[in-house]
Design a protein around this ligand. Sequence first.
Ligand SMILES: [Zn+2]
Length: 510
Amino acid sequence: MTYYITTPIYYVNAEPHIGHAYSTVVADALAWFHRLQGTETRFQTGTDEHGEKILDAARDAGLPVKEFVDRISAQFRRNWDAMGITYDSYVRTTSPEHGKVVQEILAQVYASGDIYFGEYGGFYCYGCEAFYLERDLVEGRCPDHKVEPTFIKEENYFFRMSKYQDWLIDYIETHPDWIRPERYKNEVLAFLREPLEDLCISRPRERMGWGIPLPFDDRFVTYVWFDALINYLSGLGYPDAPEFARFWPGAQHLIAKDILKPHGIYWPTMLKGMGLEPFQHLNVHGYWQMAQGKMSKSLGNVVDPGSLVGRYGLDQVRYFFLREMVFGLDAQFSEAALTTRINADLANDLGNLFARSLGMAFKYRQGIVPAPGTSEPMDQEIVAAAGHAAAEFLQHFPALEFGRALAPLWEFIGRLNRYIVASAPWELAKRPEAASRLDTVLYHLLEGLRQIAALLRPVMPGSALKMSQQLGLGPALWDRPLPQVLQWGRLRPGSSLNKGPALFPRIEND
Ligand SMILES: [Zn+2]
């Protein structure tokens, strides 16, 4: 089985912010994890560049629309490159390759009879670029934008989404973790309790011309969602490229909850209409909420991912994202919470453990990994605890339960710190007859750190590599699938350690 993870393609009407960075980091961490597991992995991101809001934003910026989308798309890409994001493909919906795939799909679905021409009158929200039913309005206003929609009556093309309503309900009910976490599955099922309308998939060119022309009627362009969702296929070279056949069966989408409806309803019914199998999972996350009230002057800047990373460090931000937010729920973002995570979890717990252990190995054993002697119960407990932490991590990480993956690893880090106190290597070092005991303790510390470095690579790729370099292993630590890497005792006695700078400097409060 392959693994194909996608971020949403980001809408280029505004610059990247912390929410985009979170989605992208989560996808990157998952891609890392699956590659380290030995699974053939593909990771795709990109930008969504059509639609009315983009025309408006270009007009506001005083730029021709193509120039505007080129500029913002490049800004997203630069951001991800600066953050070391390991995407394999970057789709732009204004590319000729993508446009061609959208037109081919439209032609195919039109030929199959699932697209028809009709007249439609409805409440249109310009902010959402979507029609609303009267019952979906809140006191006559768009539930998102709180503005009164405009009643528009016009001729358009429609996708027979209603035809697939029963199939979709049945599919969701027979695949209970298809949309996860569960709250979002329930939300989609709640939408589906009402009769599903057909989806208006065109916009008249005279009203809104910034889109992909319909192949069967060029008076119209494609509705932005019908266009955008197809990026998940066009980026694989659908229909003919071998990547499509190889990776589509392993497809998982990652989105924020604001785009649940297009991904949970439009997209699976579109795939059904094309005769394709659904994706494996739709993974839905919540929002970062900015802490209200006391905001430092810098907070305005730091929600821009570039300055956040510049100020706190890339791996520090990645760790915070994965550790602090329960995937699927909203979380509070504040610099105080970020600083606490960095100082407590990274500088104190992990950083000190690492520095102390290597420091003692240099002080007492000249930086050479000693061979362990006879194991005592306290050493056997360390081996068992490492196995437990690894098993929890390997189980929860791919299920996007990042807190449940990381918490046991930090319990293990805490246990190693207590092991140092309990075994007191500085006392052992005073007694020549305790030399073998000291070897055993140092070996358990170093091998425990090797296990931690191995597991942290998807979370903090740069720091995990630095740990591995100081342990004398470098990238070779990950030269086989993770479960084999994690067999206890792979750290070779007699090998050399390397000195290096502190992993995680403390953040001092202003
Ligand atoms: Zn709206």
